[in-house]
Write a new protein. Structure first.
Length: 69
């Protein structure tokens, strides 16, 4: 399960299934250096996204792929 306090790089490493949805949401910086120090919430807010909506959507992607931690 993804939470908004997780680091972006950790999310991408653990759940590669969410890379494309993150990119499509406007978070194209998933591979940049800041992703190793920035939480999903911080990144979402920096890109004008609602962190709770983003977390919900990403967890739906995981569910659709049969991943439920």
């Amino acid at each position: 399960m993804i939470t908004k306090d997780m680091l972006i790089a950790d999310i991408v490493d653990k759940y590669p299934q969410v890379v494309q949805p993150l990119m499509l949401s406007g978070m194209g910086c998933i591979g940049c250096a800041i992703s190793h120090a920035e939480s999903l919430e911080e990144g979402a807010m920096a890109h004008g996204l609602d962190p709770d909506d983003l977390v919900s959507g990403l967890n739906e992607v995981l569910k659709a792929n049969g991943i439920e931690d």
